[in-house]
Design a binder for this molecule. Structure first.
Ligand SMILES: [Zn+2]
Ligand SMILES: [Zn+2]
Length: 259
């Protein structure tokens, strides 16, 4: 068994969950501890059984409750060195024995899941995504991405399942009330990924075996789920066996299992 879901997703806070036969991982905890506990209850997981928290980057919508979650259930937290340095106020609240460091592009294991962190272009200290491997299957976690570089695409290839950002629609962004500087930030190569870029990425990955895609981190102001659905649907018309779903903002998504 190797499956994944989103617990919460959107600009207001993100947390994802991955499960194998023996290992439970939380990736990012960008909402309150209370909300994480509520979601875990909904998916029938006891916090005591979480083996690790992985952190993609230092932004608060990914790190808000990593310290309280770690302390409550005694869960080790894994982040790279620069990410730890960028969250001093959170890091000091986590006991030293629960603070773990990984290096990007170096594989490590938690239980029966092998993890390969890879660079993502985003305006954080040292942002990354994760390739997760179990029983010859690969699930990739890729959110907060300015654009899909060749290098990044190579890391995503051969995934059976992906959790991919689909943040904004450029037309809505153009007319939204966001200040000009923020719009430029979102559009830049170290900002966020548009619906169309996400859709085109899925088409490329379908050709290397992608079966399941969960679209995450939708902007509240500059996007809406029906538009993501339609954009992905239109672009992936020829990807007959691809299933995709859009992660709800305030509830766990359904599980996607790769088999
Ligand atoms: Zn984010
Ligand atoms: Zn971010």
């Amino acid at each position: 068994m190797f499956k994944y879901c989103s617990l919460y997703s959107g600009s207001s806070g993100n947390s994802f969950f991955v499960q194998s036969d023996t290992t439970n991982l939380i990736i990012d905890a960008g909402v309150s501890l209370k909300k994480i506990d509520t979601a875990l209850e909904k998916i029938n997981i006891n916090g005591e059984n979480i083996n690790a928290i992985l952190v993609t980057h230092d932004h608060i919508d990914h790190t808000k409750s990593i310290a309280s979650l770690s302390k409550k259930y005694n869960i080790p937290v894994y982040a790279n060195k620069k990410t730890w340095s960028a969250i001093p106020n959170i890091a000091t609240k986590i006991p030293d024995n629960l603070k773990k460091i990984f290096n990007i592009s170096e594989t490590f294991s938690i239980g029966d899941i092998k993890i390969l962190p890879f660079h993502t272009p985003h305006d954080a200290a040292d942002p990354c995504g994760f390739n997760l491997y179990n029983s010859n299957k690969k699930i990739s976690i890729a959110t907060d991405i300015g654009y899909i570089s060749e290098e990044l695409l190579n890391y995503l290839k051969d995934s059976s399942g992906i959790l991919l950002e689909s943040n904004y629609d450029p037309e809505i962004l153009k007319y939204s009330s966001y200040p000009y500087v923020l719009k430029q930030r979102i559009l830049s190569n170290t900002g966020h990924l548009s619906n169309l870029s996400a859709a085109k990425t899925l088409v490329k990955l379908y050709n290397s075996g992608l079966e399941k895609a969960l679209l995450v981190h939708l902007s509240k102001e500059n996007n809406f789920p029906e538009l993501v659905y339609q954009t992905i649907k239109n672009e992936t018309l020829n990807c007959k066996n691809l299933s995709f779903d859009i992660a709800p903002r305030d509830n766990p998504s359904d599980f996607f299992e790769v088999v």
